[in-house]
Ligand binder design. Structure first.
Ligand code: NDP
Length: 248
């Protein structure tokens, strides 16, 4: 019989968890014993299905609506999650992300702002909110979902690349600021992962991936589960690529 996961002293918040990578992370953390807040913006049914699946497997979860680009939402998400489980948030996974591709000469202000607001500014605000209690508890794990595009060029994605590279620099600096308080802050940089976000991308591009296949949301979730685990207590300020060798 499988060993049951340890009881956790806190809860985990995963942003953008109604589908794709975020949903896999939420399921994975719940399997590791974390009560999980499944944040979503518009995908109420998807988030509900993730919660139902976690509960069916014996875990605990709550769906939490909220557009992370709204400055009032971080407080709302933390307050709802903490009061529901009567536990502090000890894990934050900044996963919510969007892309709006265009070559730089044609990139609109709106495409720039949407991508920066969602992928970078929202992660900053949520991290700031998470750190307040984590600093008092002298414990906490923050994982930011960046991208290989934050490490190397990808034509047509200068807004997304700037946001994801910014997220890596943000991760490293915050990690150093809080390391002595027992909090780790790391980034995961996925390559090509099969989700709605990559549904329109030509499969011909897989030839550039050394592993010659796309990754799965569970491949990314496995990295997050490691970074959140007790075993990763000395890993901070790191960028873990999960890309079949694409950025090597
Ligand atoms: P999907 O498009 O499949 O899912 C995106 C998720 O983010 C959805 O749950 C969506 O919620 C949520 N979301 C988007 N905007 C907001 C917002 N303003 N507030 C709250 N939630 C929001 O994307 P992926 O699963 O593919 O991507 C997840 C993360 O991984 C992103 O940060 C992405 O940049 C990153 N990534 C993905 C790669 C890939 O190949 N797929 C590669 C590298 C990085 P809803 O549906 O409710 O609107």
């Amino acid at each position: 019989m499988a060993e049951s996961p340890p009881a956790r002293p806190g809860a985990a918040l995963v942003t953008g968890a109604s589908r794709g990578i975020g949903a896999a992370i939420a399921r994975g953390l719940a399997a590791d014993g974390w009560p999980v807040g499944v944040n979503y913006r518009s995908g109420r049914d998807g988030a509900g299905a993730v919660v139902a699946e976690i509960e069916r497997d014996g875990g605990r979860a709550i769906a939490l609506p909220g557009d992370v680009t709204d400055p009032v939402v971080p407080d709302q998400l933390f307050e709802r999650l903490e009061s529901h489980f009567e536990l502090p948030v000890q894990v934050l996974v900044n996963n919510a992300g969007v892309s709006a591709d265009n070559l730089s000469p044609s990139l609109t202000d709106e495409e720039w702002a949407t991508v920066l607001d969602t992928n970078l500014t929202a992660a900053f605000r949520l991290t700031r909110r998470a750190l307040k209690p984590m600093l008092k508890q002298r414990a906490g794990r923050i994982v930011n979902i960046s991208s290989v595009v934050g490490l190397r060029a990808n034509p047509g994605q200068s807004n997304y690349a700037a946001a994801k590279a910014g997220l890596i620099s943000f991760t490293k600096t915050v990690a150093v600021e809080v390391a002595r308080r027992g909090i780790t802050v790391n980034a995961v940089a996925p390559g090509w992962i099969e989700t709605d976000m990559t549904a329109e991308v030509s499969k011909d591009l897989l030839a550039a991936v050394p592993a010659r296949r796309a990754g799965t949301p569970e491949d990314v979730a496995a990295c997050v589960r490691f970074l959140v685990s007790d075993q990763a207590g000395y890993v901070t300020g790191a960028v873990l690529t999960v890309d079949g060798g694409l950025a090597a």
